[in-house]
Design a binder for this molecule. Structure first.
Ligand SMILES: [Zn+2]
Length: 119
C-alpha cells in the first residue's frame, strides 16, 4: 500500500517538474527559485513526499534547489438536495442542514502549479 502511494507522488512530481521547466524555458530563465503549488485537502498528495521526489528528480535541472511552497485548500462538499456547502467531519459526509447523504465534492481535490519564480 505504502509503495503505491509513493509511486503516486513520484508521477505527479515528474509532471510538476515538466510544467515548471517548460515555463522556465518560455521565460528564458536560468534558474527556478520558487514553486507555489496548490494541493487540496482531498487531493491525496503528501507535500513531504512531493518535496522528497522533487529534490531527487530536479537534480541537474534549472529547478534544482527551488523552494516548494504548498497551499492546501480545505475540502468542500456540496449537498445535492439543499446546496449547502460544508467542510466534512472525518469520513462522515452528511449535510449538516438537511442530513442528506446525497453530496458531491465541490473543492479540495485540486493539484496544480500556481506560480513559479525564476531568475
Ligand atoms: Zn442538505
Amino acid at each position: 500500500m505504502a509503495s503505491r502511494v509513493r509511486m503516486h507522488e513520484f508521477g505527479i512530481t515528474e509532471s510538476i517538474i515538466n510544467i515548471v521547466l517548460d515555463k522556465a524555458k518560455e521565460a528564458e530563465a536560468n534558474r527556478v527559485t520558487k514553486i507555489s503549488l496548490v494541493a487540496g485537502e482531498l487531493s491525496g498528495f503528501v507535500p513531504d513526499c512531493i518535496q522528497f521526489y522533487f529534490e531527487f528528480l530536479s537534480k541537474g535541472s534549472p529547478a534544482e534547489g527551488a523552494t516548494l511552497h504548498f497551499e492546501s485548500p480545505p475540502a468542500q462538499i456540496r449537498c445535492r438536495d439543499c446546496s449547502t456547502v460544508f467542510h466534512p467531519q472525518d469520513t462522515v459526509w452528511t449535510c449538516p442542514s438537511c442530513q442528506s447523504e446525497s453530496v458531491e465534492i465541490e473543492g479540495g481535490r485540486e493539484l496544480y502549479v500556481k506560480s513559479i519564480e525564476v531568475e
